[in-house]
Design a protein around this ligand. Structure first.
Ligand SMILES: Nc1ncnc2c1ncn2[C@@H]1O[C@H](COP(=O)(O)OP(=O)(O)OP(=O)(O)O)[C@@H](O)[C@H]1O
Ligand SMILES: [Mg+2]
Length: 358
């Protein structure tokens, strides 16, 4: 999938832009504060309905404007073309249009525009809480298992209801009807996640090895409770504690992906540059697995590409990205940082005070 045309209206400091990106690499060059991240955020928003740095629409819509509008013409590997439009008002309401039809959901956008984001803030994937790794796992589950979104939504609803109920119940029996519904859903979500991780595990290990050949990364899925124990029994066992905390302390909403080297958590062991390389390896592994399974490339967005990486690692990452044959958007403050990566099919966009020129 590639973006053949992108139009932006009133997105942060970009009042208007209309660009025709290359299906290969697109470099976005500009000084600090020129709008590079904003451009990447606009693309990200087309696939997610929200920006990656700020959730509040008032932060994303250009000052003194009432809404932002994004439009893109996207082309699939089978040369199908879709027109995707998204507008967001100050109240946060999204309007999505696909091929001139309304009534689409964010999940429809996400299916149409799969993308992998690599930003300096993206270290959260490795150093932040388990929710970042769950989001990583669930991206794959969403794209590879049609039933996942439904069971995942049910799981969220049931956990929320259970937490609310915990405030009022006095014995476990009162929770039982909810848990009867929750247990099979929890097991189903965990089963899908485990299956997905098992499938991409080799891809993760191999890609990590390309970037960090001196380490053997161990990647283990934790489903949110000890897998040798029955979830139903654990819910009974943890009832008093859950009741005290008004919160369900175990379950798939606590799942994680544990990344270690020789049993040492990578966030303790690795330097910043190594963490960035591992983050790139995970994103690439996921994107590549998607491409193999779907016969369709996914998009890569790399903000502040050069940060934390030395020259050798930058060219290694560039080489690996070129091999994917995907459309890639890369921002950098200085053309020198990306000069060695530019091929004849690539495009460079210069951005100054929100104005983009090719
Ligand atoms: N809602 C808004 N309306 C107009 N301008 C905004 C809005 N929000 C932020 N800006 C401005 O947009 C500019 C571009 O920010 P952006 O983060 O895209 O820059 P950048 O090129 O990525 O910079 P850096 O190299 O420092 O990362 C900033 O100067 C910021 O003040
Ligand atoms: Mg930036």
């Amino acid at each position: 999938m590639t973006i053949a045309q992108l139009k932006i209206h009133d997105f942060r400091n970009i009042a208007f832009a209309d660009i025709l990106p290359s299906p290969n690499f697109n470099f976005i060059i500009g000084n600090n504060g020129s709008g590079k991240t904003s451009l990447l955020e606009a693309i990200y928003m087309l696939g997610h309905g929200k920006a990656f740095r700020h959730q509040l629409s008032s932060r994303i819509i250009q000052h003194n404007k009432s809404e932002l509008v994004l439009f893109s013409k996207i082309t699939s590997s089978t040369h199908n073309t879709h027109n995707v439009g998204l507008s967001k008002s100050r109240s946060g309401e999204n309007k999505i249009k696909i091929d001139n039809d309304d009534g689409f959901k964010l999940a429809d956008l996400a299916k149409l525009l799969p993308m992998q984001l690599i930003t300096p803030e993206g270290f959260d994937l490795l150093t932040g809480g388990p929710k970042y790794r769950r989001a990583f796992i669930d991206w794959g589950c969403f794209h590879h298992y049609n039933e996942f979104i439904l069971v995942w939504n049910n799981l969220r609803r049931l956990i929320k209801q259970r937490n609310a109920l915990l405030k009022n119940v006095t014995s476990y029996n009162q929770l039982m009807p909810w848990d009867k519904e929750l247990i099979p859903i929890a097991n189903q979500v965990s089963q899908i996640r485990a299956d997905y991780i098992q499938q991409i595990q080799d891809e993760i290990i191999n890609t990590s090895h390309d970037f960090l050949p001196e380490y053997v990364i161990d990647c283990q899925f934790y489903q949110g409770w000890d897998h040798s124990v029955n979830y139903a029994d654990l819910l009974v066992e943890h009832f008093q504690r859950d009741k005290l905390l008004n919160y369900t302390t175990i379950g798939p909403h606590k799942a994680d992906l544990k990344l270690r080297v020789d049993n040492i958590p990578i966030e303790v062991l690795f330097s910043r540059g190594q963490l960035k390389l591992l983050m790139c390896a995970l994103r690439l592994a996921q994107g590549e697995f998607y491409a193999q399974q779907k016969q369709q490339t996914c998009l890569y967005l790399l903000d502040d590409f050069a940060s934390e990486l030395d020259l050798t690692k930058r060219s290694l990452l560039a080489k690996r990205l070129k091999l994917t044959g995907s459309q890639v958007f890369i921002s950098a403050v200085d053309q020198e940082q990306i000069q060695a990566m530019i091929d004849e099919n690539d495009k460079i966009f210069y951005i100054k005070s929100g104005i983009i020129s090719a």
